[in-house]
Design a protein around this ligand. Sequence first.
Ligand code: FE
Length: 216
Amino acid sequence: MPTLRPNHAEAIQASTAERRDPAPLRLFVTRMAALIASSRSERRILEGGSDLLAALIERDDWLPEAYARPHPERYQQYLLHCDSRERFSVVSFVWGPGQATPIHNHRIWGLVGILRGAERVESFRNGPSGLAPDGPPRIMKAGEVDAVSPLIGDIHRVTNAFHDRVSVSIHVYGANIGAVERSIFDEDGGRRPFVSGYVDSPLPNIWQPVPGRNRG
Ligand code: FE
């Protein structure tokens, strides 16, 4: 049986990656922009945005490989799109095996949709006696969508539920999340400022026409 030479295997992998058409991401971005232009109600944005995000993560054939790449030591936060008025941003989060975020808040609404793998979510409340769990930990699987906001619960820690594979989720937030001044919390109630930024990388070109394919 013939074996693929490494360079041949890499070429096949590269051509597969190139075929990933980000049209579903473009559709999501344009529909999110229309939703946000049509309503200032956070509840309506979360409801409508959940449906749009669920449709986006229903299939796992559009995210370019460069935005699903894990780091050996820490989770990655890749910017996929930022609205020109910073009304919302779309990010891919990539967790290597067992990797986790610190306990953190968001300060604005956000939606989390699992694209690949599974994530363990621990929610917290910050009361007069400090940080306390807000319900038991939950496991989110591929295809599921969750919401955060200061109104419905805003503090959590997210961990890759798998110890042997990468998990990827797609997030949308009501601001340019990488620039929002937020907080990281210690288990004992300590709190320090946090601005997440993004992994330094070019944005995916979602506006490039693909010959032979209709837009939409
Ligand atoms: Fe978060």
